[in-house]
Design a protein around this ligand. Structure first.
Ligand SMILES: CC(C)(COP(=O)(O)OP(=O)(O)OC[C@H]1O[C@@H](n2cnc3c(N)ncnc32)[C@H](O)[C@@H]1OP(=O)(O)O)[C@@H](O)C(=O)NCCC(=O)NCCS
Length: 207
């Protein structure tokens, strides 16, 4: 955990030429999360049972035991990847977040080192609610207060834009993000299920 000089850390809007750095930051932040979530779901008893049943059924049509075993696992992984698929197309990051009431900000350390990012979007169908998106901190800077600074900044932005509530969808395997929201006054308002297991929780806070 590096010790940061708080006054060396600033938050500002992302510039167009920084989109590729931010994209890498996001990919790095969420690659682990998605893989851990897939592993979590695959190892739930019900998922294991369904894959075993699928595998047994396939044995009637396939000679290979290995193929019959692998196909249900692959299908489950594809289904989960589709479930976790995120719009918008991240290659259009700058254009997407420079439209309407959306915005994307970066945390910069020592004037030029982009160490984190966070975005704001209005929530569909809920005019007074904003959604936190794309929160990620470079792994070298984690656990040194950058995430909390970004969260406080985003709350102030949402308030300034007239939103009354801020929500964030958090995967159940991201212990760091859960710790951050719980210790910042957020509570779980709903969740997203898969095979009866909660895979994502929606944290919300009145602003
Ligand atoms: C979640 C994330 C943004 C947190 O950023 P960070 O800069 O490390 O967070 P901070 O240092 O500001 O920590 C703030 C609080 O979060 C919690 N927290 C952070 N890391 C934690 C961890 N590894 N385990 C448990 N709690 C943790 C703690 O409550 C911490 O407060 P404390 O240090 O006073 O105990 C960062 O871990 C990350 O980028 N993760 C990958 C992407 C991701 O999961 N994004 C969230 C999507 S909603």
């Amino acid at each position: 955990m590096p010790t940061l000089e708080p006054e060396q850390l600033s938050i500002r809007e992302m510039r167009e030429d920084e989109a590729s750095i931010v994209l890498e930051l996001l990919k790095d932040g969420f690659k682990d999360t998605d893989n851990r979530l897939i592993l979590y779901v695959l190892t739930r008893p019900l998922a294991l049972l369904l894959m075993a049943v699928g595998s047994s059924g396939l044995r009637f049509f396939l000679n290979s035991f290995v193929v019959a075993l692998v196909v249900p696992v692959l299908l489950t992984v594809v289904a989960l990847k589709l479930l976790l698929w995120r719009s918008p197309d991240l290659r259009q990051l700058y254009a997407y977040y420079n439209a309407g009431r959306r915005g994307l900000w970066v945390a910069v350390y020592d004037e030029d080192d982009i160490c984190g990012c966070v975005a704001l979007e209005p929530r569909d169908g809920e005019p007074h609610t904003a959604e936190l998106k794309r929160l990620a901190v470079n792994r070298w800077y984690r656990r040194s207060g950058v995430g909390r600074r970004l969260l406080r900044f985003l709350e102030a932005q949402a308030r300034a834009q007239g939103f009354k509530c801020l929500v964030a969808q958090v995967s159940v395997v991201t212990k760091a993000a859960i710790g951050l929201f719980e210790s910042s006054g957020y509570s779980v308002s709903s969740g997203r299920q898969w095979l009866g297991y909660t895979v994502q929780q929606v944290f919300s806070k009145e602003l």
